[in-house]
Design a protein around this ligand. Structure first.
Ligand SMILES: [Zn+2]
Ligand SMILES: [Zn+2]
Length: 167
């Protein structure tokens, strides 16, 4: 898949502000991901890139099987293990996030190696996911973690509900 092909893949059928914004930022985000992998000297292999493109092509979280189906050609579905391996790489590099509440993945638009607390606002109506962060949220969570002596691997909060434009 080339970058030009990506714009046609973007999910425009369900037009909501999430879908429109995704279409705008998918291309730049992919270019940024390539740069980041070069800088870190890790390989964005063809399959890893294709999985990332698939995630960026929609504003909705995708399960591994859905990704395998979208990437399969002529009725042949990709082996889910192949997709899972690519997803492991992408989440390790911070290029994708796994949303535990949805058992699904989204492409990340955050680029920090040690990100502050991020709240994912997941809309059940349109499927849109917003990443929100705030300095005082991060400070509060950091204080709570230190009080509990807890070492976080990720600091992702998932809030499920209905977004502003769907309400
Ligand atoms: Zn939406
Ligand atoms: Zn919505």
């Amino acid at each position: 898949m080339t970058r030009t092909a990506l714009s046609f893949l973007v999910d425009r059928k369900t037009t909501c502000p999430h879908a429109e914004r995704q279409a705008e930022r998918a291309g730049p985000a992919l270019a940024q991901a390539e740069e980041l992998c070069r800088a870190r000297r890790v390989r964005l292999t063809a399959i890893r890139r294709e999985v990332l493109e698939t995630l960026y092509a929609t504003h909705k979280p995708l399960g591994a099987y859905e990704i395998a189906e979208r990437l399969g050609t002529s009725g042949r579905r990709l082996a889910p293990i192949t997709v899972y391996r690519a997803l492991d790489f992408l989440t390790e590099q911070g290029l994708a996030h796994r949303l535990a509440s949805q058992n699904a993945y989204i492409g990340s638009f955050h680029r920090d190696s040690a990100p502050d607390t991020v709240a994912f606002l997941i809309c059940e109506a349109c499927g849109g996911v917003d990443e929100a962060s705030a300095a005082d949220l991060s400070e509060t969570v950091a204080a709570l973690l230190s009080r509990e002596g807890f070492a976080p691997r990720t600091k992702l909060l998932e809030i499920v509900g209905c977004c502003a434009h769907c309400r």
